[in-house]
Structures are given as structure tokens and as C-alpha cells.
Design a protein around this ligand. Structure first.
Ligand SMILES: N[C@@H](CCC(=O)N[C@@H](CS)C(=O)NCC(=O)O)C(=O)O
Length: 215
């Protein structure tokens, strides 16, 4: 399998965790000429990373990739057995992708000191706080979002917690995470399929930040 991605891609990190947890072999390949480039769009028309090439079958979007991998490699199962629990897992994963990650991503343009906007940083923190409070209302992790084992719903939160931790220091805002979410973050960081990937993600993010701070 080829995974088009980059070390800094949070959705790439989400997908790499899934592949590790499934104990699959894959090759991470940078998109030729960068994502969105004409050369990459020849392979993946959407131009986004991550994207999968499984023996000529190509697929974009981390959620679609996750569901596909979970079906072709069913062990360990990463969706609950019960239909309603499965639906909840999908809902939590989409809540991450559509409600939390984009609010974090909105801060990326603020990392370069010259482009910072104090009012935006403050207002976006209010929105981000609301989203994490909503998450704490939606679910009590035990210790993961769908119970004792890692599920598809968890993978995206790993890079997002890392990004949140770094951005709060760099940009000087503060988000209060409910105790249940703090315990969840710790459980994720200590999971054997995650620890090494998380370390690599912090390294990639820190290099990206260093380049922004000292161009
Ligand atoms: N919903 C997509 C989002 C992926 C995404 O936004 N990836 C970013 C990089 S982390 C990207 O490819 N951006 C390029 C673009 O939007 O053209 C997924 O889950 O894979």
C-alpha cells in the first residue's frame, strides 16, 4: 500500500495510527510537487492528503480510508459490534473532522508572528473551548471514545491534542479540557499503536513551527 501524505499532515497522522494499529505494511510517499499540484491531481484528483493507493485502487479522505482499511483488515476491529455504538463512533469521528480540527487549523495562519491577530486568536479560542465542551458532553471516554479499545473515532484526536498543546504555548491562549478529556489524551499518548507516531508528529509540527518563527 502507498499512502500519500506528509509527516506534518494531521489527517495523515490519523491514518498512520490506523495502519499501525492494524499491523499493516505501507509506504508513505510525499505527493509529487506537493498536495494540490497538477502532478498529484493526476493521481488523486481531489489533491488532498492523505490518499491511499492499494494495488492501483486509489482513495482520498481519511474517513473513507479508515472505513476501507477497517473492512479489508478486520482485526483488530476498530468499530463497535453494536449498530448504534458504531453510528456513535462515526458521529464522534466526524465531530472531530468537521467541528474541532478546522477550528485548530484556523490558527495555522497565526503562527508567523507578523500575521498574528490578537482578536482572532481570542475569538477562535472561545469557539474551540465550546467545541471541546460539546465533546465532553457527548462522550465520557473509558478510556477511549468507544470503550476499552482504540476505535476509528480516536485516531484523529491524537494529532489534534498535540496541535492544541503546542498552539496554546505559541499563541498564548488557554483551553480548559474537562478532566475526562485530559485522561483520554493521556490514554491515547500511552497506547502502543500511538506513542511513536505521536512523537514523530510532535517533531514534524515543531519543525514546521520553527520554520515559521525563524524563516
Ligand atoms: N477531509 C479530508 C481533509 C484532508 C486535508 O484537508 N488535508 C490537507 C492537508 S492536512 C490537504 O490536503 N490540503 C490541501 C487542500 O485542501 O487542497 C481528510 O480527512 O482526508
Amino acid at each position: 500500500m502507498i499512502l500519500y501524505d506528509l509527516p506534518i499532515s494531521s489527517y495523515g497522522c490519523k491514518t498512520r495510527i490506523l495502519l499501525r494499529h492494524k499491523n499493516l505494511q505501507w509506504q508513505s510517499v510525499s505527493p509529487p510537487d506537493g498536495y494540490g499540484s497538477p502532478a498529484y491531481c493526476q493521481i488523486i484528483p481531489a489533491g488532498t492528503i492523505p490518499a491511499l493507493d492499494d494495488d492501483g485502487f486509489t482513495l482520498c479522505d481519511s474517513e473513507a480510508i479508515a472505513e476501507y482499511i477497517n473492512e479489508i483488515a478486520p482485526t483488530p476491529a476498530m468499530l463497535p459490534a453494536d449498530v448504534k455504538d458504531r453510528a456513535t463512533a462515526r458521529s464522534l469521528s466526524r465531530f472531530h473532522d468537521s467541528r474541532i480540527e478546522p477550528v485548530l487549523r484556523a490558527y495555522f495562519g497565526q503562527v508567523t508572528p507578523a500575521s498574528r491577530d490578537a482578536a482572532f486568536i481570542k475569538d477562535n479560542a472561545i469557539l474551540l473551548q465550546k467545541r471541546f465542551d460539546q465533546l465532553a458532553q457527548m462522550v465520557t471516554p473509558r478510556p477511549f471514545l468507544c470503550g476499552s479499545s482504540l476505535s476509528l473515532a480516536d485516531c484523529g484526536f491524537v494529532p489534534s491534542f498535540a496541535i492544541l498543546n503546542r498552539l496554546q504555548v505559541i499563541l498564548g491562549f488557554s483551553i480548559h479540557l474537562d478532566e475526562s478529556l485530559r485522561a483520554y489524551e493521556t490514554a491515547l499518548a500511552n497506547h502502543p499503536s500511538i506513542t511513536e507516531e505521536l512523537h514523530g508528529y510532535y517533531e514534524a509540527f515543531d519543525s514546521w513551527v520553527a520554520a515559521k518563527l525563524n524563516p
